[in-house]
Design a protein around this ligand. Structure first.
Ligand SMILES: Cc1cc2nc3c(=O)[nH]c(=O)nc-3n(C[C@H](O)[C@H](O)[C@H](O)COP(=O)(O)OP(=O)(O)OC[C@H]3O[C@@H](n4cnc5c(N)ncnc54)[C@H](O)[C@@H]3O)c2cc1C
Length: 292
C-alpha cells in the first residue's frame, strides 16, 4: 500500500498563489519521500508535473493531464546535523527554513523569509532576493527520478543561472544539504524581519499574485518600464496590473488564467512597442487552454 493522498480532478486553483487553474487529472500529495518513490514506481500515469506551493506558476483554466505531484504539505522534515549542516526536505517552506537557520546562528538564508514557496520550488527556480540566491547555500541535493530511484549529487554538478537551474532532467528535488557560515542569531533575525517589513511596505501582498511577473531586463527594472508605459491599473477581467508595484499582476476577484495570460501579453506588447524591450516572464505557464 502507498501512503499519501491521491485525488482525481482536484482544482488547481486551490494550489496556486494566483488562485487560478482548472482540474488536475490526477493529483498526488505524498506524505514522505518513500511514499513518493513507491507511487512513481507502481502507480504514476501519464506526464508528471511537480508542484510546490504554486507561487511561481500560471496554471491554465483547462487544467493538467497526467499526474500533478505536490510536494508541499508533506516532505517537511528538517534537521541540523551534528556537523552543522542543515538537511531539509523539498516540502519545507522557504520561510521556515530561513527562521530555522537564523535561530541556529547560520547566516545567508535570511532572504528566503520573503519567498512564499517551498525549498523544492526555490531549488527549481534558483529563487533569490536582496542579492542572495538559493544555490550558493547548497552542498548537495537529492533527486528522485520518475522511475522511483533516488540520487544524491553535489550542488556543483548543476548549471545554475538567474532564476534557472539545469541538470535535474525530469527528476524532482526531494532533499538538500545546506552549509552556511555562522552568524549571531539575534542579528540574523533582525535582518530577516527588516526585509519582511520592506516587502510588506512595497509589495501588494493582500491580493493573490505570483510575485514579479517579468524578469528584470539587464540594466533596467521591469516595473519601471511597465509603469512608464502607463500600464499601472490596466485590467483584463479581474486581472490587474498592480497600482503599487507594476511588475505584479493581481487577481482582484474571480480572474481566470486566460485573463492573466492576456494581460501578460498586453504588457509585453505595449512595452515592446514603446521601449523596444521584450520582457520575459519569470513564472512558468503550465497546462491546457480552456476550450471556450
Ligand atoms: C508575493 C510573492 C513574492 C515573491 N518573491 C520572490 C522573490 O523575491 N524571489 C524569487 O525568486 N521568487 C519570488 N516569488 C516567486 C516564488 O515564490 C518562488 O519562485 C518560489 O521559489 C516558488 O516555490 P514554489 O514551491 O511555490 O514552486 P511552484 O510555483 O509550485 O513551482 C515552480 C516551478 O518549480 C517546479 N518545482 C516545484 N517543486 C519542485 C521540486 N521539488 N522538484 C523539481 N521541480 C519543482 C515546478 O514544476 C515549477 O516549474 C514570489 C512569489 C510571490 C507570490
Amino acid at each position: 500500500m502507498i501512503g499519501g493522498r491521491l485525488r482525481l480532478g482536484e482544482s488547481l486553483a486551490r494550489h496556486s498563489s494566483w488562485r487560478v487553474g482548472g482540474p488536475a487529472e490526477n493529483f498526488y500529495l505524498p506524505a514522505t519521500a518513500d511514499d513518493l518513490a513507491g507511487f512513481l514506481r507502481d502507480f504514476a500515469r501519464g506526464p508528471i508535473t511537480w508542484l510546490g506551493l504554486g507561487s511561481n506558476v500560471l496554471l491554465r483554466d483547462g487544467g493538467l493531464r497526467g499526474t500533478v505531484i505536490c510536494l508541499a504539505h508533506g516532505l517537511e522534515q528538517m534537521e541540523l546535523a551534528a556537523d552543522g549542516e542543515i538537511i531539509a526536505e523539498a516540502g519545507v517552506s522557504a520561510v521556515k527554513l530561513a527562521h530555522f537557520a537564523a535561530k541556529n546562528g547560520l547566516a545567508g538564508a535570511e532572504f528566503l523569509a520573503g519567498i512564499p514557496g517551498t525549498l523544492g520550488g526555490c531549488l527549481a527556480m534558483n529563487a533569490g532576493a536582496h542579492g542572495g540566491e538559493t544555490w550558493p547555500l547548497l552542498e548537495w541535493v537529492e533527486l528522485l527520478h520518475p522511475n522511483g530511484e533516488r540520487e544524491r549529487r553535489a550542488a556543483s554538478a548543476f548549471q545554475v543561472g538567474y532564476r534557472s537551474v539545469r541538470g535535474q532532467g525530469d527528476a524532482c528535488f526531494v532533499r538538500a544539504g545546506l552549509r552556511l557560515p555562522t552568524g549571531e542569531p539575534e542579528a540574523l533575525r533582525a535582518q530577516l524581519r527588516a526585509w519582511q517589513n520592506q516587502r510588506a511596505a512595497t509589495q501588494p501582498l493582500s491580493w493573490p499574485s505570483c510575485g514579479s511577473v517579468f524578469r528584470n531586463p539587464s540594466g533596467d527594472h521591469a516595473a519601471r518600464l511597465i509603469e512608464a508605459a502607463g500600464l499601472k491599473g490596466r485590467r483584463v477581467g479581474d486581472a490587474e496590473v498592480s497600482t503599487q508595484h507594476a511588475n505584479f499582476i493581481l487577481n482582484r476577484g474571480q480572474a481566470r488564467s486566460r485573463e492573466i495570460e492576456a494581460l501578460v501579453m498586453e504588457v509585453q506588447e505595449t512595452v515592446r512597442k514603446q521601449f523596444n524591450v521584450v520582457l520575459q516572464p519569470e513564472m512558468r505557464v503550465l497546462g491546457e487552454h480552456h476550450d471556450d
